[in-house]
Design a protein around this ligand. Structure first.
Ligand SMILES: C/C(=C\COP(=O)(O)O)CCC[C@H](C)CCC[C@H](C)CCCC(C)C
Ligand SMILES: Nc1ccn([C@@H]2O[C@H](COP(=O)(O)OP(=O)(O)O)[C@@H](O)[C@H]2O)c(=O)n1
Length: 289
């Protein structure tokens, strides 16, 4: 297995990993994970289960926070939808280093998007009114969620864009775990599209002739810019979250993955290819849906 290690990762890492592996009393499986040998041990499983629980709790709070702001009328549902759209997947990938290097990690991490998929499915299929008090509370909860993530407030929309988004995140987690490819693909989907909408609605007066609802500013923001969005009112509570572009978010995640030794690729080396991918993805976002 050591022979599989890429030279760029350095022999000392492999030797240290092999020593750790030999010391494991229970070794159910061995894998080559980003250059570091790992075993599925009770400790690794415990760490992954704890990390998945923390992420699932954070995901619930993150969605509930923006849903509440939209339900209370403090922000427009359009904005809450795109903030959730822009932030969810990159925030989740920022949490990937919490997991162990064992091959069980992507499976347990996949539980985080999977739980949201189940929630979206239930929200999309739920009846607007429930007969029991328990059911009524559940209906209110999903009503806020639907309001925050849909365009029109229709429950069926939870089974459209949000469902697909979370499904893609699940696939990227399980199949693209800690890879630059997953980081770049997910950032194009989550950050590029989200920022194009947030910036385009605000500054997009010049429209594309072939796509009259979409603007040049939105497409520029998709690729590379930093945007500021104001949450209003009341004025005392105004904040300015910064929304990064698909390009910079992808490079940020690649830097993180490199710093943790998940990939030998540096952000500087990846930059030209990522810029090209972002430039090619921006026109795709202009296609009518
Ligand atoms: C609003 C969303 C998509 C809308 O797409 P479109 O119709 O405008 O094209 C995204 C919905 C995301 C989902 C409800 C929540 C996903 C949470 C994620 C699995 C985990 C986040 C974890 C983190 C630690 C905050
Ligand atoms: N390239 C873009 C993309 C979106 N937008 C703005 O964002 C709005 C919604 O975009 P969209 O139709 O892609 O968003 P979804 O509701 O389909 O997710 C558009 O109506 C535009 O006001 C833009 O100005 N330029």
């Amino acid at each position: 297995i050591a022979a599989l290690a890429r030279p760029a990762l350095g022999g000392h890492k492999v030797a240290a990993s092999r020593r750790r592996l030999e010391q494991q009393p229970v070794s159910l499986a061995v894998a080559f994970d980003g250059g570091v040998l790992a075993a599925i041990t009770p400790a690794a499983l415990g760490r992954d289960a704890a990390s998945a629980s923390v992420c699932a709790g954070a995901a619930w709070m993150w969605v509930a926070f923006w849903s509440k702001l939209a339900a209370d009328g403090r922000i427009q549902p359009n904005l809450s939808r795109k903030i959730i759209h822009t932030g969810s997947a990159p925030l989740f990938m920022l949490c990937w280093p919490l997991f162990s290097p064992a091959p069980s990690a992507p499976i347990l991490a996949g539980a985080v998007p999977l739980l949201q998929i189940i929630r979206l499915y239930r929200a999309g299929r739920a009846q607007p009114a429930q007969p029991t008090p328990v059911g009524a509370a559940e209906a209110d909860d999903t009503a806020d969620l639907v309001k925050a993530i849909s365009r029109s407030g229709s429950r069926s929309e939870a089974l459209g864009g949000p469902f697909l988004y979370t499904l893609v995140l699940l696939v990227a987690t399980v199949l693209g775990w800690r890879s630059p490819a997953a980081a770049v693909a997910i950032c194009q989907m989550a950050v590029g599209d989200g920022v194009a909408d947030i910036v385009g609605r605000r500054y997009g007066s010049v429209k594309w002739p072939f796509s009259p609802s979409k603007s040049v500013a939105g497409s520029a923001a998709f690729v590379a810019s930093t945007a500021e969005t104001e949450i209003e009112p009341p004025p005392a509570r105004r904040t300015k979250p910064r929304a990064a572009s698909a390009f910079s978010a992808s490079l940020g995640l690649i830097s993180l993955f490199h710093a943790f030794g998940f990939t030998a690729l540096t952000a500087a080396a990846a930059a030209p290819a990522v810029l090209l991918i972002s430039l090619l993805s921006a026109p795709v976002e202009l296609l009518p849906t």
